[in-house]
Design a protein around this ligand. Structure first.
Ligand code: OSB
Ligand code: MG
Length: 368
């Protein structure tokens, strides 16, 4: 399959509600969109880097630079026998997983479309709908309780609460008092240290499915020490950026659940390798989110159809995030289940080009 041309856009989409996590508050999403053209079809992907390096080191600027100056010129005009060849081609370049992922994922979509097959099928998935939970941002406890009620009523299969020092045990007490039986988790986005061991150990009393990424984004070793001191499984997010990170985490017992984010891992090829590794270690995985618009969300949903995605993901209804999406289909859950989009081959959704143009701050086209 020859890539005839590529397009790189930067778009901006306001969030319906501000989203606060330990590292700050997001009020809008700025995201790169990649389009690859070839074989009479178009493949799409979204980049998940943020404006500032507050989740991982990559930023919109570094990610756009790598796509513009390195990754897109390397693929345009070239022929690829499969998507794994794209992953191989990018492997010598250090890091920049989010930029690599956007290009590689657009190729997976294109590749599936050229074969006339849905993405879930070429990825090797086994489900036509996937279980989802929600990730609730930090708000005062009474507002969070309202949010929990609302989403439990909607049928979401797991509630994840963002926490940080000073906003943790009291919140858990309040939520557990009203909802003793729901699947409940917390996500700390790296804001604790081993000095907080007393607080973290008290989280064992709340029957959490797991505690997501309590410690530093680059410190597997401290997670090993913490896991040994806790009954609750640790789930790793920021710490897992490569297959080798995942191997080290599993063999050292740094965590017992893995959050798979395809953007953080450099694309579907590595995401599947991480999935397969977890399967062989009998470690459950679930699909994380980065407040994606419809294109990224559709990719995530297709990925969740692989067998080891045995815990509900963060890929909740698009209408929770945006007033208007960049695709024409509505990606909405019913009773905690998200149907896999199937409007045509590939990721199975349709780009709303008029709307996309109206929110694009830059459009660059790449020819051989
Ligand atoms: O840590 O999972 C995270 C959003 C932005 C950055 C990091 C994270 C998140 C979420 C939201 O938890 C997941 C979603 O609803 O897309
Ligand atoms: Mg997380």
């Amino acid at each position: 399959l020859v890539i005839d041309s590529a397009e790189l856009r930067l778009i901006e989409l306001p969030l319906l509600h501000p989203f606060t996590i330990a590292t700050g508050t997001m009020v809008k999403k700025v995201m790169p969109i990649v389009v690859l053209r070839g074989g009479g079809h178009e493949g799409y992907a979204e980049g998940v880097a943020d404006v500032l390096p507050d989740y991982l080191p990559e930023t919109i600027v570094s990610s756009m630079m790598m796509m513009r100056d390195v990754f897109l010129p390397q693929v345009v005009g070239k022929s690829f026998a499969n998507p794994q060849q794209i992953e191989q081609l990018f492997r010598p370049w250090r890091d920049h997983q989010m930029a690599k992922a956007a290009v590689e994922m657009a190729f997976w979509d294109l590749w599936a479309k050229v074969q006339g097959l849905p993405l879930w099928h070429v990825l090797g998935g086994t489900r036509s709908e996937v279980e989802v939970g929600v990730s609730l941002g930090i708000k005062p406890i009474p507002q969070t309780l309202k949010d929990v009620r609302h989403h439990v009523q909607q049928g979401y299969r797991r509630i994840k609460l963002k926490v940080m020092p000073g906003h943790d045990l009291k919140l858990l007490e309040a939520v557990r008092a009203e909802f003793p039986n729901i699947h409940l988790t917390v996500d700390a986005n790296c804001c604790y240290s081993l000095a907080d061991l007393m607080t973290l150990r008290k989280m064992d009393h709340f029957d959490l499915d797991y505690i997501e990424q309590p410690l530093a984004w680059n410190d597997l070793h401290d997670h090993v020490k913490l896991q040994a001191a806790l009954d609750t499984p640790i789930c790793l997010d920021e710490c897992i950026r490569t297959l080798s990170d995942c191997r080290k985490a599993l063999v050292s017992d740094a965590g017992r659940v893995i959050n798979i984010k395809v953007g953080r891992l450099g694309g579907h090829t590595v995401a599947r390798q991480v999935h397969d590794l977890c399967l062989s270690h009998n470690v459950p995985v679930w699909c994380g989110g980065m407040l994606e618009a419809g294109i990224g969300r559709a990719h995530n949903i297709h990925l969740c159809t692989l067998e080891q995605f045995s815990r509900p993901g963060d890929t909740s209804s698009s209408s929770r995030y945006f007033e208007r999406d960049i695709i024409t289909e509505k990606l909405e859950t019913a009773d905690g289940l998200m149907p896999v989009p199937c409007n045509g081959a590939g990721i199975g959704v349709t780009m709303d080009w008029g709307f996309l143009d109206s929110i694009s701050s830059s459009v660059e086209v790449f020819h051989p």
